[in-house]
Design a protein around this ligand. Structure first.
Ligand SMILES: C[S@@+](CC[C@H](N)C(=O)[O-])C[C@H]1O[C@@H](n2cnc3c(N)ncnc32)[C@H](O)[C@@H]1O
Ligand code: SF4
Ligand code: SF4
Length: 437
């Protein structure tokens, strides 16, 4: 017997217990730290039990082969056809931290691009039949140009092949939503909506504003109350940094007072500092983003959210912040924008250096760019080869790598996500008897 090299082990608690997460098979359990040490030091004395089974392997198993097989099956045998659509780069707001800050004038949806995108999604279903087609609309603001957006969402719904199941979702600032549009969204199988509220009214209104500087808090709260009555899954993202983190408690008070606690899934997120003008980041800010203090902020916010009975994502991959699998390596994951440009990452969208094709010219986007992204899955960076988080990280987020000024295929290590932050979130959920799925 041997301990799997994909066991990520937490720091011991005061009473000597550790959490172990197997990043390949996603097993998760708590053990006495001495038991885990014995897996490595005295493996012949260890007896397999249902609890330790996911963390042990026969001596003969070649774990690198096992991982390669696992990654390839995720790449080619998943049952999802994943399409993110950016209908507009422009936006009716000017949020101070927006990723898209420098991209607002890169274009908007046209009737021609609606027709081409709908046709391309039809073509993709021929190539990848009988999948769960998941379509995500984001932007810019996807609901600008309302009638063309409606043609797009309806065109995709009406073009679903027999044997394919459809689930659509939208990430929106919410300001353009009304009841009529919500009913339309529901009818097009848009079953998930994500809105954003960044703390209490003063904090939110200082960050998420109309171009004239007016805040959007009241509008978004009113829309949120409508959305929860119509759409089955509602995410509320809370972007925070050192300026607004302390106001999140007041936002929770307001959500509680409105009875929204169990009707929404909260998604706190650290604000990423982006400066696309020079196509690099304020490196120091980016590094600080997850400095020890920032991890502590995240943990405190997450704990309060769970403690107060609000819902959070409970899938193990999302709790530990798994980076892989994502669309970058999947044979059937794409982001397409209003110009018809196709990317393998929904964060690199709008940066033409990373596009893999253009569907206004040719639906076939499966050339060198596509192949390079897929093949990079098994090109493990040297420093990652023996990292226990490799199966859920695979060298890190490609967008993170580009943001830090490196090349698309360079490693980008955010190990603390899987260790400090991941284990702290798991611990919080376990303490509150919330099942991790
Ligand atoms: C770029 S927006 C586009 C969709 C829509 N306009 C909206 O605001 O939801 C997509 C998501 O990114 C988040 N976001 C934008 N800039 C960010 C940043 N610098 N750091 C973290 N999240 C950011 C927004 O809160 C939103 O949830
Ligand atoms: S609403 Fe969305 S796209 Fe518009 S400025 Fe804010 S974060 Fe950016
Ligand atoms: S980038 Fe870091 S966490 Fe990810 S596999 Fe490599 S060493 Fe591990």
């Amino acid at each position: 017997l041997k301990a799997s090299k994909w066991n990520v082990v937490s720091k011991p608690t005061k009473n000597g217990r550790v959490l172990v997460f197997n990043s390949l098979n996603k097993g998760l359990a708590s053990f006495d730290r001495r038991d885990v040490e014995r897996w490595n030091d005295e493996p012949t004395d260890v007896h397999i039990t249902p609890q330790n089974l996911p963390f042990l392997l026969g001596d003969e198993v070649d774990e690198d082969q096992l991982l390669a097989y696992h990654l390839k099956s995720q790449q080619f045998c998943n049952n999802v056809l994943d399409v993110t659509i950016v209908p507009n780069y422009s936006c009716n707001l000017r949020c101070e931290y927006c990723f898209g800050k420098y991209d607002y004038d890169q274009g908007d949806i046209s009737r021609n691009s609606v027709e081409r995108i709908v046709g391309w999604v039809d073509y993709l279903q021929d190539l990848f039949p009988r999948r769960n087609l998941t379509v995500v609309y984001t932007g810019g603001e996807p609901l600008l140009n309302r009638s063309l957006f409606m043609e797009l969402a309806a065109g995709i719904k009406n073009g679903v092949h027999s044997g394919t199941t459809l689930s659509q979702s939208i990430i929106t600032n919410g300001t353009l939503i009304d009841m009529e549009l919500l009913r339309f969204l529901r009818d097009q199988q848009v079953n998930s909506v994500q809105l954003t509220l960044d703390g209490d009214q003063a904090s939110h209104d200082s960050k998420r504003t109309y171009p004239n500087g007016k805040g959007t808090y009241n509008r978004v709260i009113a829309v949120l109350e409508m959305v929860v009555e119509t759409i089955s899954v509602v995410y509320l993202r809370i972007n925070f940094d050192y300026q607004n983190k302390d106001s999140i408690s007041h936002l929770l008070d307001e959500l509680e007072a409105r009875g929204l606690q169990t009707k929404i899934i909260l998604n706190p997120a650290r604000i990423i500092e982006v400066n696309r003008l020079c196509n690099s980041v304020c490196l120091e800010r980016r590094k600080n983003e997850y400095s020890a203090a920032a991890v502590a902020d995240y943990i405190a916010i997450y704990d309060e959210i769970v403690e107060r009975g609000f819902r959070v994502e409970t899938s193990i991959c999302s709790v530990v912040g798994a980076v892989t699998p994502c669309m970058f390596h999947s044979e059937s994951g794409f982001t397409v924008d209003c110009r018809g440009d196709v990317y393998k990452c929904n964060m690199l969208v709008g940066q033409p250096a990373y596009r893999i094709g253009n569907i206004l010219q040719d639906y076939n986007v499966f050339g060198d760019g596509y192949r390079k992204c897929l093949n990079s899955l098994l090109e493990v960076p040297d420093g990652c080869r023996n990292c226990p988080a490799l199966p859920i990280c695979n060298g890190g987020c490609r967008y993170g790598s580009v943001l830090s000024g490196n090349s698309l295929f360079d490693p980008f290590c955010e190990k603390y996500l899987f260790t400090e932050l991941g284990f702290s979130k798991i611990d919080t959920l376990i303490r509150h008897n919330i099942q991790i799925v």
